[in-house]
Design a protein around this ligand. Structure first.
Ligand code: GLU
Length: 341
């Protein structure tokens, strides 16, 4: 048995024994019956999602994993990719250059708005489509294949497993993505992206079409929570100097037009996608991955929002929480909290 096998065995035994697992089971039961929201249907592949799919996964900074529900079900990462690709762009070019191409200002506009900063012509932030396309443009590589390979390798460092593009989803995104094409060409007009626009649009559609599951999203968040190092594989996914940049834009811009209220109510850096995923983290503590396809009016997974809200409230995870938490996370993870349940 290798050291890695041993530690995953230990963490799975701990996970079974922990009252935190029971907490998550109860949370799953609490929201499984909630039928609010609608599944995204702007391309046929997304409309096929089962509205009952529901998975919750939490990975601690120490690499313990807790999962309940449909945590192996694969779905497309969609906008969640934007946060992580932003990290890769920062590694490729440094903060100053990336900031000259993409601002970090939240916007009250829709995520796919065709709007740039009037003075600088920069897209507002890397989480709206304009900013994400400008960010994808920054990914280095001599060819389209090379750039995609670098992106997939980056995601693998976060998830700890190979990830791949869902080709039918990619082709659907590409064949219907006129608005994104318009945004990209507007940015080309202003010199915000290079003239390899069509290649970059393909790369953007491909990054949105990467298949992940709730466990991957929890692991990705836990990696950021752990300073950029995957807590299970020990591999660094993101240069430590850029972790705070990525987390900051997740906090201010990660949840579409709900970002302000999300910070107020939940207080965790997070990113959601129209595939039904949410990745959220409590820095220095844990990462959360949720998957449930029905989206609320703002485009965020309805059940995912409820789960993150409950976890944040019950364990005092809100970044600005200074009150004593109702439940002490460490006790719940190690078993001492069983009696207080
Ligand atoms: N592929 C989608 C688009 O560019 C992203 C949707 C999302 O998750 O926000 O429109």
């Amino acid at each position: 048995m290798t050291k890695g096998d041993f530690s995953s065995l230990v963490s799975s035994i701990q996970a079974v024994a922990s009252p935190f697992r029971q907490y998550l089971n109860d949370l799953h039961d609490k929201y499984q019956g909630a039928m609010d929201g609608t599944v995204a249907d702007y391309i046929p592949e997304l409309a096929l999602a089962d509205p009952n799919w529901f998975g919750i996964c939490v990975v601690t900074q120490a690499g313990q994993m807790f999962e309940v529900g449909d945590c192996d079900q694969l779905f497309t990462i969609q906008s969640i990719s934007k946060a992580f690709v932003y990290g890769l762009a920062l590694e490729d070019h440094g903060r100053d250059y990336v900031n000259s191409k993409v601002s970090v200002e939240p916007t009250g506009e829709a995520f796919n708005a065709i709007v740039l900063d009037e003075v600088t012509n920069r897209p507002y932030n890397p989480m709206v489509n304009a900013g994400a396309i400008a960010t994808a443009d920054l990914i280095k590589g001599d060819s389209a294949t090379e750039r995609l390979k670098r992106m997939l390798a980056m995601f693998k460092r976060y998830t700890g497993r190979d990830v791949d593009v869902n080709v039918p989803v990619f082709l659907s995104e590409k064949s219907t993505g006129f608005r994104n094409r318009a945004i990209a060409y507007l940015m080309l007009n202003f010199g915000m992206v290079t003239d390899r626009v069509d290649e970059t649009l393909d790369l953007y559609f491909q990054q949105c079409s990467i298949m992940v599951n709730a466990k991957d999203l929890a692991m990705m968040a836990a990696t950021l929570a752990n300073g950029g190092v995957n807590p299970v594989t020990g591999e660094r996914a993101l240069d430590e100097h850029y972790v705070q940049d990525v987390i900051s834009v997740m906090l201010t811009c990660g949840m579409y037009d709900y970002s302000g209220e999300w910070v107020y109510r939940v207080g965790l850096p997070a990113k959601s996608g129209v595939g039904g995923g949410i990745t959220a983290l409590a820095p220095g503590k844990l990462g959360i991955g949720t998957f449930s396809p029905p989206l609320d009016a703002k485009g965020n997974s309805y059940r995912g929002i409820q789960v993150c809200s409950d976890l944040s409230r019950d364990f005092g995870l809100h970044l600005f929480n200074v009150a004593e938490a109702e439940y002490k996370l460490d006790d719940w993870l190690t078993g001492n909290g069983a009696d207080s349940w």
